[in-house]
Design a protein around this ligand. Structure first.
Ligand SMILES: Nc1ncnc2c1ncn2[C@@H]1O[C@H](COP(=O)(O)OP(=O)(O)OP(=O)(O)O)[C@@H](O)[C@H]1O
Length: 299
């Protein structure tokens, strides 16, 4: 069953199109990674799904309802980001107590145990926490709501590596015990790959790709070998990425469906097949249109 459906969404900020032609569906009980370069529309999309802002055109439904200003959607979904504001007079414990009243599936015990594990003092104030601690608290809050739709916008910003690892593990354990629809936007795809079932990749406000992680891992293949031989074999094919490794050796990434070569023949010419990670593929598919950073320093 689709919990989230977007049909041809566009979002404009004055003349700037932050999102365009966005169409996708997200099934119930999946963890989806929302990835893409800076400024590509991830936050805007999550804010629309959470009902915080309205699309300029197109249709969005969450639980078959239009999320903007919808009480049912706001009681059953949560958007966690580093802009979260809590009443200034509330300490962390007050915030957790208040959540009990608002979220039907709130797990106070989980919240308390995680607070203790991450050494967050329940008497401290949210505004006094460091960036990493604030985001750890926000993550705990989001997890403990057990909302049927839980949206995390770059939840691990500022967390150190050990905390990030624990956060991933907590998310996975809780999700396996209480499956729900989770979307996480992040620039750390490598680290979170093991959590994700699907990837929604945005590029300049459009959906570049929406696939399962398994499909993504098989989407492309890398060829490493002599430049002349690779150029000859790949002539006329769509190249997703290429890089000169050393003077006469290059690395080229192609769509796997286009690689109908005889692997043995390629090997004889010194060309090796290499897998392409989901993270690298996402980078290649959203490559800068302004060339390589090296070009900035070349005359
Ligand atoms: N309130 C706003 N007013 C004007 N422009 C905005 C506003 N919010 C976002 N934008 C623009 O919309 C585009 C998408 O921004 P958004 O924050 O959704 O990107 P993002 O993918 O989340 O970026 P990042 O990875 O850097 O957090 C950007 O060009 C941004 O400048």
């Amino acid at each position: 069953m689709s919990v989230i459906q977007c049909e041809n969404i566009e979002k404009k900020f004055r003349k700037k199109k932050a999102l365009q032609n966005i169409t996708f569906q997200i099934e119930d009980e999946k963890i989806t990674g929302l990835v893409g370069r800076n400024g590509t529309g991830k936050t805007t999309l999550l804010r629309i799904l959470a009902g915080f802002t309205k699309q300029t055109s197109g249709t969005v439904t969450v639980f078959d309802k239009t999320p903007f200003n919808n009480l049912f959607v706001s009681a059953n979904s949560i958007l966690i980001n580093d802009q979260m504001q809590f009443p200034g007079s509330f300490n962390l414990q007050d915030i957790l107590n208040y959540a009990t009243e608002f979220y039907g599936k709130w797990d106070a015990e989980l919240a308390a145990r995680l607070l203790q594990y991450f050494r967050l003092n329940p008497q401290s104030y949210h505004s006094d926490l460091s960036k990493g601690m604030k985001n750890t608290f926000n993550f705990i809050f989001g997890l403990a709501t057990r909302c049927d739709v839980t949206l995390f916008d770059e939840p691990i910003n500022g967390m150190d590596e050990a905390v990030r690892k624990d956060v991933y593990r907590a998310l996975l354990k809780d999700y396996l015990a209480y499956p729900r629809t989770i979307i996480i936007s992040s620039h750390f795809l490598d680290e979170m790959e093991h959590l994700l079932e699907d990837i929604l990749l945005l590029d300049e406000g459009k959906v570049a790709l929406h696939k399962s992680l398994d499909e993504l891992r098989e989407y492309a293949v890398g060829l490493l070998g002599p430049t002349e031989a690779i150029k000859r074999w790949t002539a006329g094919l769509e190249v997703l990425h290429e890089k000169q490794v050393v003077s006469n050796q290059m690395y080229t990434v192609l769509k796997a469906q286009d690689c109908t070569f005889n692997e043995q023949q390629l090997l004889q010419e010194g060309i090796a097949f290499m897998p392409v990670s989901a993270n690298d593929l996402c980078l290649y598919l959203t490559n800068s249109r302004t060339g390589d950073i090296d070009d900035v320093f070349n005359e």
